[in-house]
Design a protein around this ligand. Structure first.
Ligand SMILES: O=c1ccn([C@@H]2O[C@H](COP(=O)(O)O)[C@@H](O)[C@H]2O)c(=O)[nH]1
Length: 275
């Protein structure tokens, strides 16, 4: 999907919500465990009830890999279901990959060509040659970890190297790489106070922002400095939406939670000039 197509969907739905599909069989309604593929049955119900409120879905690979072959098959079915039934929806493989170039090429093939995700999260730690194989795919985005939402972000990402914090170096240096127009960055909602400086060095890139909901980040605080002329934000919530209820009404409960965030986003977009 192109960035323009993503922006058009955001404008149409008045939403920049990304729903995280972090499946946990211990948290899904027990009646679904009778299904042949409980993971897919859960994801399908969540997607069908929330697709009009969200512009993106983000399955995190850990939650599928943890179930072995069954998990991987359910992931494959989920992405195919999205691509076939809701082709306007943007898809993110939260895989945090990155390796020597030869290996990154295979990761890129797996997620972009075979599974047909629109984007993938990538760790920048191994540098340019580990990221460029992802950037070579046109109309696919590489979402580099810049400043993550967890406490450990302060262990390395905010430490200074040659006068600049590592997360700033990641953003600045990656902007010089080939096909940098395919870059987005992960910035945690729990780090709202950093968005002003991040927007100063990456004014045009989309930012994927996890940490709203279960991790306590504030949508309004992120939007204060995070929004740009193309909106430029994808705000993710996973547990806060998909596990709103573990009863038979789980899909409706998820839609209500998603609607709350979408309405807050619509309000913010209506007053964007004031932000
Ligand atoms: O900095 C980061 C990068 C990725 N994540 C992932 O996003 C979701 C958040 O889930 P919630 O349930 O809404 O907390 C999850 O997949 C994380 O692994 C992140 O939280 N922070």
């Amino acid at each position: 999907m192109t960035t323009n197509e993503l922006v058009a969907q955001i404008r149409k739905k008045k939403s920049f919500l990304c729903i995280g599909l972090d499946i946990d069989l211990a948290k899904i309604p027990s009646h679904l465990l009778q299904e042949e593929d409980p993971i897919f049955a859960f994801n399908k119900a969540i997607i069908d009830s929330t697709h009009h409120l969200a512009v993106a879905y983000k399955p995190n690979m850990a939650f599928y890999e943890a179930y072995g072959l069954k998990g991987w098959k359910a992931l494959e079915k989920t992405i195919h279901y999205l691509n076939q039934n809701y082709p306007e929806i943007y898809t993110i493989a939260d895989a945090k990959r990155g390796d020597i170039g030869n290996t990154s090429t295979r990761y890129a093939k797996a997620f972009f060509s075979d599974l047909n995700f629109d984007s993938i999260t990538v760790a920048p730690y191994m540098g340019e040659d580990s990221v460029v194989p992802f950037l070579e795919f046109e109309n696919k985005h590489t979402i580099l970890l810049a400043l993550t939402s967890n406490r450990g972000a302060f262990d390395f990402q905010t430490k200074k190297v040659d006068g600049d914090e590592v997360y700033k170096k990641v953003i600045q240096t990656s902007q010089t790489w080939k096909n940098n127009h395919n870059l987005m960055y992960v910035v945690g909602a729990t780090k709202a106070e950093y968005f002003k400086e991040i927007r100063a060095i990456a004014p045009n890139n989309f930012l994927l922002v996890p940490g709203v909901g279960a991790q306590g980040g504030s949508l309004a605080e992120v939007c204060k400095y995070g929004l740009n002329d193309d909106v430029g934000l994808l705000i993710n919530s996973s547990r806060g939406i998909i596990y709103a209820s573990a009863e038979a009404n789980f899909a409706e409960a998820a839609a209500l939670k998603a609607k709350e965030l979408q309405q807050e986003m619509e309000e913010i977009l209506n007053h964007q000039k004031e932000y």
